[in-house]
Structure formats: structure tokens, C-alpha cells
Design a protein around this ligand. Structure first.
Ligand code: C2E
Ligand code: CA
Ligand code: CA
Length: 581
């Protein structure tokens, strides 16, 4: 809009001012154009100006760099010349919409091809530059942003969110997704979906004994074996720790058992870890998908079945049933109960006499834990220790029993008695690097001399703790604590262990005593007693219930006996410590 002339100005003056204003306006336009050009040229974003038919009229340095070409190579060519063939249609469509005025700005992602053949993924945003009132064909301003790296990061994040980093196998999230897909396919085209929940038996021991690096190596190897023993379309996932889940689509139920066998077989092959050859079994729980249950529920049921396999002695597969679910619920309740029991002092320790075969005197007592349950009455270890082992509460139970037993031992020692007190130790306690200190501290706190204490361990416990056990037991023995091998003959029964391990006593399992005087000629019991004698170990016969059994074990030359005949486990104040004969 023209400025009104000041009143009284001459025509010449007016013309001169007009010129001036025109020049100023032109200069302003030129400056703004220069600014635009500079902004365009120096923008870190790739910029292009192209004609309606897609010919590049002007591009900036960033644009050239992105395409890996010089300015001269680019200008005058069509953007399509540098676009991946698969993306051409999309680019054309978007340009057409712009030119037709359907939109003033549009965006798409496409790939540009560099002279070396590599592609760069870009986000291209285009807008029409010209004034719609102008008749000239419109110009298209393009801005291209390299998003290759951003995409790679996105993809990496998505991968990380859905995979286990150690093994590269799908994680729980992706597993559930794959399981849902498999169930979908089953609903449409039939067949069965088997979900196998696997937990390596004793993996924790490998980890503790050989270190985490070796443990990791082990897991990677196990994952690979699982991956290789099923079809590519099946899923093998790692949930964490030593838990794996497989989702396998099979033609019918008949294929489920052979599948489990195959899986168990490949896992059972020896592993070379840290220069050592190890074997490992897995406990497997299986559920076959049905229309009623969601993926997460199927997974949980397979987990429940896996627990059953563990409880039944590991290294086996169990098919899920509704009864198992009820048991699982009960187990969870029991664990919660046991925590309360520990907190509120419901755990008691009873003592069973261990009697000398030669003179009938009470040589010592075995401390056995009991749970005085407020509703269910007095519970035996078999009713709650399995749950305690599983939940890890066994360590607390063990520490509690140790403390009580040491207090009792100290009381006897103060009266001048040399009665020995045995406690049972679970493998988990022995795995704790601080076990020696824990035992000594319990003695110190109670004022008991460690020489009065015996720690009982099963063969299985010793073998499970691998290399660590020997050292710890040796250190314990140096302080005067005795070590007994419990339930001998029921575990791996390797005679070599008897010789190599730092053990003072061997307790012959009840099963070898039970049949004495009936169907058992006692040859096995006798052999163990003989062996114990040869290795200079004190032998103890467990579970002696009858006079005949007692006669037989004494005749064999057994040193000590324990059993209902000589006394049941009772609270300390009910103990009969007088000689038995
Ligand atoms: P165990 O170490 O073999 O203990 C001996 C078991 O045999 C005890 O069962 C005892 O009551 C039972 N027994 C003793 N004499 C006879 C007999 O003449 N006939 C029969 N049939 N049984 C007899 P209990 O107290 O039920 O304990 C079972 C197992 O629980 C123990 O077996 C031991 O392995 C474990 N246990 C008990 N207390 C503890 C504890 O404080 N910590 C740990 N980790 N385990 C414990
Ligand atoms: Ca025992
Ligand atoms: Ca025993």
C-alpha cells in the first residue's frame, strides 16, 4: 500500500521518494532472498528445490552429501534417479497429490541409492513453494533427513525389548506373542501346540562352582541345542536364569512325548565348559494348548508341571493336569506360611539319640526340625522342607536349627557332658561361601565348643556343590566340627567320594537296615560297614526299629545306631540320656 505523501511536497520530490522506496524494497527482497539462499545452502538438513515433474533445480550441500554425489551430478536430474526402485510409486503418488493441490505438505519415508549401491533411509518432506495465484508451474521444496541410524537404533531397541541378550533367543514378551500366533494357526488349521517349560537341574551349582562366565557359556550352549532340535518355525525362548520355554506346533498329541524325549536327550549330552566335561538334566513341564486358556495361562501351567517334574526327582517331563494347579496354589500358600513360622518362632528342634553299639550309652543326638503349626499341628520335615528348599527359605530354617542346636549343645557342655549334636545341612547352605563362619558364629554366640557339633550332609549335597564342598568341609573340620555323610547308599554312592571327601562318619541309610532279619541278608549293609572301617570312618546305622535289626548291625561291627527302638525324636527336655543296655 502506497504511503500518503507529506502535504506540500513537489511532484519531483514525490517521484524521487518513490524511486527510493522501490530500491529499498528491491534491496529488501534481495537480502531476504540471500538469507533464504544461505539458510537453504547451509542447512544441515538435505534441501532440494524441484519442478513439478520432479527435476532437481537446486540442492544444498547436505543433500549432496546424503546422496554421496556432487552438486553437478545431482542438479538437472530427477529425484527418482536416486530413489530405490521399490519406493518410486510411493514418491510419485505423493508428488501428484501435492501438485494437484490436494495437500500443501506431505511426508514419506524412502530409500535413496548411493553410487556405491548402498541405500540411505530418509524421511522426505515436500511442500509446494509457489503462490497458488501465480500461473507458473509450482516449485516443490524438499527436505530430506537421514533416518538410517535412527531406524537402526529403533530396530535394536525393539530387538532388545523382545530378546534375551545372552542367548539371543526370544524373551518372555516375544514368546507370548509367538504362542498367541501359534494358537491362532491351531484354531484355523488344526494340529496341537505344545508348550514345554524347561528348567535345568542343578544349573545354579555350575554357576556357583565354575563362575558366571562358565555359567553363561553353558546357557548359550543349552539354548543352541534346543534351537537345533526343533523346526525353525517353532519358538525357543529363554525366560531368564536357567529357564527355557519351547512352543512347538505338532500334528497331534502323539508327537508330544517323543518331542520331550528328544529335548531331554539333546540336553543330556556332555557339555565342555571351562575345560571340564559336565552333564546336566532338565526338568520339563508340558501343557498342550486349548481354546480356554490364554498364552500367559498356558505358560504358567507348563511351569507348574515343571515343578512337579523337579519334585518327582528331576530329569523328567510332566504333562499338566488340573490337579497340579491346585497343588501349586497350595505350595505358594505354604511358602507364605513358612515365612510366618520363621518370624513367629513356630519351628522347633527335636532330638533323637544316637547310641553306641559297644556300651549302649547315648553318644549324641541328631537335631531334627519340626513345625508346630497353629492349625495343622506338628509337621514333619517332609511336609515343609521341600517347599523351603524350593523357595530358598531352607537357608533360614537351617540357620534357625543351627542356633537352637548350639544353645542346647552349650547347655550340655556346661554340665560336663561330651554329647555330640548333629545338624542336617542342605546343599544350599553349603553353597554359601560364608557357611564356615556361620557355623562358628553360631557356636560362639551360644558358647558351645565346635568339637561337639557334627554336620550331616547327603552324598547328593556334596556332589551338587562340586569343588567348593571339599574345601569348606576341610575348614570346618579344622575347627573341630565333625562331618557325616548322611543317607549313604541312596545317592550317587560313589565310593570314591567316601575316600576323597573330608568325612568322619558315614550314616548307612534306613533302606539297608529295614529288611534285616526279614528278606535282606544284610550283605550290602555289611559291605558299607566294612568299607567305613577300612577308611577309618565311624559307621552309624539309621532306622533301627527292632531288636533283631539291632543285633544284626552290632554283629556287623557298626559303631553307632539310631532308630525308634532306641528313641524317637523328642524335645530336649523329654530326652532319655541313660544307657540303653
Ligand atoms: P535324616 O537326616 O535321614 O533323619 C532321620 C530321619 O529318620 C528322621 O526323620 C527321623 O525321625 C527318622 N527316623 C529315625 N529313626 C527312625 C526309625 O527307626 N524308623 C523310621 N521309619 N524313621 C526313623 P524326620 O525327622 O522326619 O526328618 C526327615 C529328613 O528331613 C531328615 O532325614 C533330614 O534329611 C531332613 N531334616 C530334618 N531336619 C532338618 C534340618 O534341620 N535341616 C535340613 N536341611 N534337613 C532336615
Ligand atoms: Ca540326618
Ligand atoms: Ca539319614
Amino acid at each position: 500500500m502506497p504511503h500518503p505523501s507529506p502535504p506540500g511536497a513537489s511532484t519531483d520530490e514525490r517521484a524521487g521518494r518513490h524511486e527510493e522506496r522501490l530500491r529499498a524494497a528491491e534491496e529488501a527482497v534481495a537480502t531476504s532472498e540471500a538469507r533464504f539462499r544461505r539458510a537453504f545452502d547451509e542447512s544441515p538438513i538435505g534441501m532440494s528445490m524441484s519442478s513439478a515433474d520432479g527435476r532437481l533445480l537446486w540442492v544444498n550441500t547436505a543433500f549432496c552429501e546424503l546422496l554421496g554425489r556432487s552438486w553437478a551430478e545431482v542438479v538437472g536430474r530427477r529425484l527418482d534417479d536416486f530413489t530405490d526402485r521399490d519406493d518410486l510409486d510411493m514418491a510419485a503418488r505423493i508428488r501428484a497429490q501435492l501438485i494437484a493441490g490436494e495437500t500443501t505438505r506431505s511426508e514419506c519415508e524412502l530409500r535413496h541409492v548411493r553410487p556405491d549401491g548402498s541405500t540411505v533411509l530418509v524421511r522426505l518432506s515436500m511442500s509446494v513453494l509457489s503462490d497458488p495465484a501465480h500461473a507458473e508451474p509450482p516449485l516443490v521444496l524438499g527436505q530430506v533427513l537421514d533416518i538410517t541410524e535412527a531406524r537402526e537404533i529403533e530396530a535394536r531397541l525393539a530387538y532388545l525389548a523382545s530378546h534375551d541378550v545372552l542367548t539371543g533367543l526370544p524373551n518372555r514378551l516375544l514368546l507370548l506373542d509367538r504362542l498367541a500366533q501359534a494358537m491362532h494357526r491351531r484354531d484355523r488349521s488344526g494340529g496341537e501346540v505344545a508348550v514345554l517349560f524347561l528348567d535345568l537341574d542343578d544349573f545354579k551349582i555350575v554357576n556357583d562352582a565354575l563362575g558366571h562366565a562358565a555359567g553363561d557359556e553353558f546357557l548359550v550352549e543349552a539354548g543352541q541345542r534346543l534351537r537345533e532340535c526343533v523346526r525353525p518355525t517353532d519358538t525357543v525362548a529363554r525366560l531368564g536364569g536357567d529357564e527355557f520355554v519351547m512352543v512347538c506346533e505338532v500334528a497331534s498329541m502323539d508327537h508330544v512325548a517323543p518331542l520331550c524325549e528328544r529335548v531331554a536327550d539333546v540336553l543330556a549330552l556332555p557339555y565342555e565348559v571351562d575345560g571340564k566335561s559336565l552333564t546336566m538334566s532338565a526338568s520339563i513341564g508340558v501343557v498342550v494348548g486349548d481354546a480356554l486358556h490364554e498364552p500367559a495361562e498356558l505358560l504358567r501351567d507348563a511351569d507348574v508341571a515343571m515343578y512337579r517334574s523337579k519334585a518327582d526327582g528331576r530329569g523328567r517331563a510332566t504333562l499338566f493336569t488340573a490337579r497340579l494347579r491346585a497343588e501349586a496354589v497350595e505350595r505358594l500358600e505354604q511358602e507364605a506360611d513358612l515365612r510366618v513360622a520363621l518370624r513367629e518362632g513356630q519351628l522347633e528342634v527335636h532330638y533323637q539319640p544316637v547310641v553306641s553299639c559297644t556300651d549302649g550309652r547315648v553318644h549324641g543326638v541328631e537335631a531334627l526340625v519340626r513345625w508346630r503349626h497353629p492349625e495343622r499341628g506338628l509337621l514333619l520335615p517332609a511336609q515343609f522342607l521341600p517347599a523351603a528348599e524350593r523357595s530358598g527359605l531352607i537357608a533360614e530354617v537351617g540357620t534357625h536349627v543351627l542356633a537352637r542346636a548350639c544353645i542346647q549343645l552349650a547347655a550340655w557342655q556346661r554340665t560336663g557332658s561330651d554329647l555330640r549334636v548333629s545338624i542336617n545341612m542342605s546343599p544350599r547352605q553349603l553353597l554359601d561361601g560364608a557357611v564356615v563362619d556361620i557355623v562358628l558364629e553360631a557356636c560362639r554366640a551360644a558358647g558351645a565348643r565346635p568339637q561337639g557339633l557334627i554336620v550331616e550332609l547327603t552324598e547328593n549335597a556334596l556332589i551338587e556343590t562340586l569343588g567348593n564342598a571339599g574345601d569348606r568341609l576341610r575348614r570346618l573340620r579344622e575347627t573341630g566340627v565333625g562331618v557325616a555323610l548322611d543317607d549313604f547308599g541312596t545317592g550317587y554312592s560313589s565310593l570314591q567320594y567316601l575316600r576323597d571327601l573330608p568325612v568322619d562318619l558315614v550314616k548307612i541309610d534306613r533302606t539297608f537296615v529295614r529288611g534285616l532279619g526279614r528278606d535282606d541278608d544284610g550283605a550290602l549293609a555289611e559291605a558299607i560297614v566294612g568299607l567305613g572301617g577300612a577308611l577309618d570312618l565311624t559307621t552309624v546305622a539309621e532306622g533301627v526299629e527292632t531288636a533283631e535289626q539291632l543285633r544284626r548291625v552290632r554283629a556287623m561291627g557298626c559303631d553307632l545306631v539310631q532308630g525308634y527302638l532306641l528313641g524317637r525324636p523328642v524335645p530336649s527336655d523329654e530326652l532319655d540320656l541313660t544307657s540303653r543296655w
